[in-house]
Structure formats: structure tokens, C-alpha cells
Design a protein around this ligand. Structure first.
Ligand code: SF4
Length: 329
């Protein structure tokens, strides 16, 4: 898979991003603790690049995606889109940029107004942002064609479509605003395997046709492997490993990545001793000291309980583990 994004400045750069939610208690609702959903994430996504974001449910993937779009409020850090920090940009400037960043969700039905026709749904954003050229009807037919739906879908309602077709309608609505960056949050997870494959192919076609970049959030490593140029692995609000897809899938550097890969059947994967993941992901309200993965790691050492692992670079890959590099015991 090519990676045009690596040759130019990144479209999106996330620097030490934190999204903490306050936990309130008592009659005065005072803040006693925080849920550290995203806890110091740094990532970059190039133009026309797909970054797969994987991890167990509750690791902070969705909150990260929502924070980038301004749907959850960041506690600190920077989100540079085309060089501009979305977190400090004046609201008017942010509104102008906003159509260029979009999101599609796992459950398209809940994000489509059941009382509106498909024509109304897919052109709603165009009217709101005053981007409509020509009639709503013409624009809706063009957008439906982009996602492989017939023109007569225009006059129907969301309940008349299957899950896969509804996800296509969500995509048409998102495309209407001519985005450059789309967060796909478990966008194919609820679909049958055959429909999943069609949707992934459509996403890849659209990426080529419209020079899109994706943050593709999924718990399904097989799907992520299929669509992503690079993969980032998230655990308890932190990125624990990030690199080129083949590199991560074939030779994971972090024990958590290895356990995730060992838990699924991925064709063509090199054989090695398996790591079986046990126990639950700890609470993000009270994360463990040192390496966040240490209570579940079969290769845990004393240093892991005390010190957060520094970034360890191996070529284009980065890993956060004391086993990587000179800090080994
Ligand atoms: Fe396991 Fe230690 Fe590496 Fe964390 S730093 S993944 S506990 S070996």
C-alpha cells in the first residue's frame, strides 16, 4: 500500500493530547478524580494516509476521535490540522475549518434522522454551511452515485435500507462537505463480513478519488490490516506502539500488540509463541503506576511497576516498553 502522507508535512498532528473527564461527588458536586480517557497521545496522519487505531473497548479510541472533531473537550495538548491548532483557534476560524474534518459512526441508524428523506439527509450539511451548488436533488443524486446507491434512494427514508446501505448514506452525507480527514469509528464493525468488505473497498476508492485521510478506529485487527497504511495501538489512554502496518502485524514490538494479534486469526502471519491476554483493562480513574500494561503483562519486570517506558524508536516504528532498547533488565 502506498503512503503519500509520509512524503509531505502531516495533515493532522496530535501533540501530547489529554482528555480527562471530571468525576464529581458530594452535595457540592466537587471534582474528586478524573477519568483519564486520553492521557498524553501524540500521533500524526499524513495526506491520503490511513492510520488504523486499535485496542480493546474502553482504551480511549473513540474519545480520541471525538476530541479531534471537538465533540469531546480536550484537557490539554495540541491538535494541529494543516498547521493550525484546533484547540486554540477562534471559534469563527474553527467553524470555517470544521467541514474539512468529519466522522462516521458504528451505528448509522442512530445518526440518520428517521423523519427525513435521504435527499434531505445527504444535503443538510451543504445547506447549513452554504455550500450548495445547483439543486438539492442534483447534488443528492451525485452523492448517492459516489457511494454506489441509485438515484431513487433520494425519496426514501432510512428505515427502508439495510445496515450497509445506511452506512453508505452516512458516508454520502459526510462527503457532501468535501472533507479531507474522516474519523471512521468502528464504521464497519456492525456489518456482515461480505458487506464489510464492500464498505472497506468503497472507503479505499473514495480515499483515492478525493485524496482523503482516515483515522480508522476498530477493535478488529483483520479489518485494520486490510485498510491501514500505519497502525497505532492504544491501551488505557496511551499509544503503546505505532508503525507501518506490515511491520506491526508481522513483528509486534510491544507485548500488548502481540497479545491482540495472537487473539485473532490473520492469514499469512509468521508463527511464534503466543501471548494470551488475561484480566480486565484497569480503570482509567485509577491507572496503575509505571507501565499501564504491567498488571496484565506476562513479561513484567520490576522497572515496569515503577517507571513509565520511554519512547523507543526502531526505524519508522515507536514502542513504549522497557523490553525495547537499552533499558532491558
Ligand atoms: Fe510489559 Fe514491562 Fe513492556 Fe510494560 S514495559 S509491556 S509491563 S515488559
Amino acid at each position: 500500500m502506498n503512503n503519500p502522507g509520509s512524503q509531505t508535512a502531516p495533515l493532522l498532528e496530535i501533540r501530547n493530547l489529554k482528555t480527562w473527564f471530571p468525576v464529581r461527588r458530594g452535595i457540592f458536586s466537587s471534582v474528586t478524580r478524573h477519568v483519564r480517557a486520553v492521557d498524553g497521545v501524540s500521533l500524526s496522519i499524513g495526506r491520503q494516509e490511513t492510520l488504523g487505531l486499535v485496542g480493546e473497548s474502553g482504551c480511549g479510541k473513540t474519545t480520541l476521535g471525538r476530541t479531534l472533531l471537538g465533540l469531546d473537550r480536550a484537557t490539554s495538548g495540541q491538535v494541529l490540522f494543516d498547521g493550525k491548532d484546533l484547540l486554540t483557534l477562534p471559534s469563527r476560524a474553527r467553524q470555517i475549518l470544521r467541514p474539512r474534518l468529519q466522522m462516521i459512526f458504528q451505528d448509522p441508524y442512530s445518526s440518520l434522522n428517521p423523519r427525513m428523506t435521504i435527499k434531505g439527509i445527504v444535503t443538510e450539511g451543504l445547506v447549513e454551511h452554504r455550500l450548495l451548488r445547483g439543486t438539492r436533488e442534483q447534488e443528492a443524486i451525485r452523492l448517492l452515485g459516489e457511494v454506489g446507491l441509485p438515484p431513487d434512494a433520494n425519496y426514501r427514508y432510512p428505515f427502508e435500507f439495510s445496515g450497509g446501505q445506511r452506512q453508505r448514506i452516512s458516508l454520502a452525507r459526510v462527503l457532501s462537505l468535501r472533507p479531507e480527514f474522516i474519523v471512521c469509528d468502528e464504521a464497519v464493525s456492525a456489518l456482515d463480513v461480505s458487506v464489510q468488505a464492500q464498505m472497506l473497498n468503497l472507503l479505499m476508492d473514495l480515499k483515492e478519488r478525493h485524496a482523503l485521510s482516515y483515522l480508522f478506529i476498530s477493535h478488529d485487527l483483520g479489518v485494520v490490516k486490510h485498510i491501514s497504511d500505519r497502525v497505532a495501538v492504544m491501551y488505557l489512554g496511551h499509544i503503546v506502539e505505532e508503525g507501518r502496518t506490515e511491520e506491526i502485524m508481522d513483528h509486534p514490538g510491544h507485548p500488548y500488540t502481540q497479545a491482540l494479534i495472537d487473539a485473532v486469526c490473520i492469514p499469512g502471519r509468521p508463527r511464534r509463541r503466543k501471548i494470551i491476554l488475561s484480566g480486565e483493562i484497569p480503570s482509567p480513574i485509577n491507572p496503575p503506576p509505571g507501565c499501564p500494561f504491567h498488571p496484565r503483562c506476562p513479561r513484567v519486570m520490576d522497572v515496569c511497576r515503577r517507571e513509565y517506558p520511554a519512547e523507543c524508536r526502531q526505524g519508522t516504528r515507536r514502542v513504549y516498553c522497557h523490553l525495547c532498547g537499552p533499558k532491558q533488565e
